[in-house]
Design a protein around this ligand. Sequence first.
Ligand code: ZN
Length: 404
Amino acid sequence: MTKELSTTGAFALIVDGWFDGEVHHPQRSTFVIDEGRINDISAGDHGADLERRGIPVERGGFLLPGLVDAHVHLFLDGKPTDSKLRSEHMKQPLADLTEAARASARQALSCGVTLVRDAGDRHGINNRIRAEAQDPASGLPQVRSGGLGVKRPKRYGAFMARDVEDADAIRTSVTELAGANDEIKLILTGIIDFDAGAVTDEPQFDLASAQLVVDSALACGRKTFAHCSGAKGLAIAARAGVGSIEHGFFMDREILGIMAEKGVAWTPTFCPVHFQWAHPEVVGWSAQTVGNLRRILDSHAEHLALAAQMGVPLLLGTDAGSMGVEHGYAVFEEISRYLEAGLPLSKTLSAATANARRYFGINHERLAKGGPFEAILTALSPFDDLTTLRKPVRIWSEARLKPR
Ligand SMILES: [Zn+2]
């Protein structure tokens, strides 16, 4: 058992079961936490011994790593569904948008999301929130930031990316953005035309220029994550070897094969499309378009299951901030979509915990001895009752910030 513990702040948790980010441990276990790190994990209840040594002990519940939402837009608010309200939100002064981003981040944390990857905003508010989150007193989750992305002039993505006209602009912009951003966001395609049930515009970047973005980013030690849907764009993203494909609607087996081979991760973001399928009245979709949405979602689910089988690294991201996709709460929705697609809960939770941390290059991707204590406690085991995830009883988020 544990030996040297600090005199203040050490505590123990005796949990009924836990998930380390990959493996479910359905047995009572004792965790000793000291100075924000996991000092010891041992099977059984060692509370009496620890109490004798003056270590406070809490008992009960199920422990798992803090959740990761790998695709959010903090400066956008997913709650309003009225398009006028949504465009008014975007026109607010920078200070108000920044405050909105703080509120989004806090809401995510209250749901047990201790780390988010922001997928772009044109003001760089995400980078600012990332800096503020370094203060443990901020009440913010950790933020990994895509800052401002890159797109082609006059094409989709102005709210989150800057224009790059040619190869020189790609090199210069990516190098400059890499100084501020944790990853480079590439707006490779536009969005889906739901009435047509397809991505109808051509990709913004051909293979050579997408490759140049990826290579320029890698030269600065950064991965590229690509906003991309539709077979043409997906083939380019996979062949260019981006770090992760975001959305990826209209996926196919051949592209998944390239992704598996190159280790390209996938963040399928079911949430925004699912919301529009579930609430067609908000946009006024016709019955035919609702049918398209259902077909798109079914195919997406099929390919998620296939991706899991083929060994494509899976992340879980919600696109929170999109219409009807609320920060934090949307993670539970996205988890439900993974389960509906037939993924087991352990694989689904891995996508929302260890897989993301591994992709981000975080040293301790799982809850393990010596690692940071970034975790949530639920009343019951989610393997027995999934709804318990919706109301975490404890959230430890600031641990990683404390010195070793
Ligand atoms: Zn997005």
